[in-house]
Design a protein around this ligand. Structure first.
Ligand SMILES: *Cc1c(COP(=O)(O)O)cnc(C)c1O
Length: 386
């Protein structure tokens, strides 16, 4: 696959910004118009679902402010994210504390700030919610039984559906306001059937609760909506159709739907501009060149771990220029700071130190992972257009 196309798919505004400003590399440039367009596309594809943007995908205040103006609600995971959203004008009622791993003090802080929606998946967290967030709306996250996603969560979050049923009944006994079940199919999920499986399990939980006299109100479908990186992803419409069909099939009365997209809101709005530090070979006869960039695993490209996410790359060399196979690595002195050695990438043979390599669709899970100045390389700065 040729990756050295000369940028037909980067917005003209982004390109003009890069040409005019020539920002120091590496940097992430976010087009806020694309963030707004992605949010509207999600609303249009699934108008029956309230959107809670998952802040961790890109917590830049500018992104949060743009989404507040669009009317989005927010999935937050910490006191830091709560305070960030409130500072950008989000109403406390629009925040959902979706992280089931929290300290009693975190719950108390959220409650004091006016947050009234929480997710739990354990007896311990439920007891803390009853004590520190009395009367709040709660949902229980269960572990969905579906094939793994592009960047799976493993078993860290969610309990068995049977246990979710028991915990939600207990939540009602504890005086909490039961919303219902929630799940997350795993990030970058390219199989719409994953939501179908989760919805069937959630309906089973809702029926069980109804039998115990505990009515439920909503179903939170989580995030996971995919972005087309080097490999295509099904369109939003395919996910929406699968969700709608499964809700109609498994629920007698349709619950209020919530979605918590992160990646699908911000990924395509961002471009990382990097610079080639060095091009070398490991032997005089080696077919592969090693291309070292000024950005790596520790300064924004965390999702290249296991080569889970294979970004599209662009250089300024013409499309038709000869290319060859490369291994792409970051600049630090860490042996794991190799971006792609198994995924076949090709870059122009004329590529030299000092040339730019643009990393497309890099608006999600990049700058937010780049918070530590590992090895003296600073965190990734974000610039904005729009
Ligand atoms: C990370 C996260 C999301 C967002 O997931 P995406 O795959 O980026 O859409 C949504 N909900 C929760 C609870 C999360 O932790």
């Amino acid at each position: 696959m040729l990756d050295s196309l000369s940028s037909p798919d980067v917005s003209t505004r982004l390109r003009a910004f890069l040409d005019d400003r020539a920002p120091a590399t590496p940097c992430l440039v976010m087009d806020l118009d694309v963030v707004r367009a992605n949010y509207r596309a999600l609303r249009a594809a699934l108008p029956e679902a309230a959107v809670f943007y998952a802040v961790k995908a890109n917590p830049a205040p500018e992104v949060v402010a743009a989404l507040v103006a669009e009317g989005s609600a927010f999935d937050v995971a910490s006191t830091g994210e709560i305070d960030l959203c409130l500072a950008q004008g989000a109403a406390p009622e629009s925040l959902s504390y979706g992280n089931p791993i929290k300290k009693p003090a975190d719950i108390a802080h959220a409650f004091a700030r006016g947050v009234r929606r929480f997710t739990f998946d354990s007896d311990g967290d439920l007891a803390n919610l009853a004590e520190h967030a009395p009367g709040s709306r709660v949902s229980c996250r269960f572990l969905v039984d579906a094939p793994a996603s592009g960047t799976p969560f493993g078993r860290k979050f969610g309990c068995a559906p049977q246990m979710a049923l028991r915990l939600l009944a207990r939540a009602a006994d504890l005086g909490l306001d039961v919303d219902g079940a929630c799940f997350h199919v795993g990030s970058q999920h390219t199989d719409p059937a994953a939501w179908t499986a989760g919805i069937a399990q959630a309906a089973w939980i809702a029926r069980g609760l109804a039998e115990c006299g505990v009515p439920t109100r909503s179903l939170n479908l989580g995030g996971g909506f995919p972005t087309a990186y080097r490999t295509p992803a099904p369109p939003l419409a395919a996910h929406a159709a699968a969700i709608r069909a499964a809700v109609a099939e498994h629920f007698d009365t349709a619950p209020e739907l919530l979605i918590e997209p992160g990646r699908a809101v911000v990924a395509t709005a961002g471009l990382i501009r990097s610079e080639v530090v060095l091009v070398s070979r490991k032997s005089d006869t080696d077919e592969h060149r090693w291309v070292y960039l000024d950005i790596g695993r520790y300064s924004g490209l965390a999702e290249t771990e296991n080569e889970y996410i294979a970004y599209r790359l662009r250089t300024a060399h013409p499309v038709e220029s000869p290319d060859g196979p490369v291994i792409i690595a970051g600049p630090t002195c860490d042996g794991d700071d190799v971006l792609y050695q198994h995924t076949p990438y090709r870059l122009p043979t004329a590529l030299r130190a000092g040339d730019h390599v643009d990393i497309l669709d890099a608006g999600a899970y990049t700058a937010s992972y780049s918070s530590v100045s590992f090895n003296g390389f600073p965190p990734l700065p974000t610039l904005f257009v729009g």
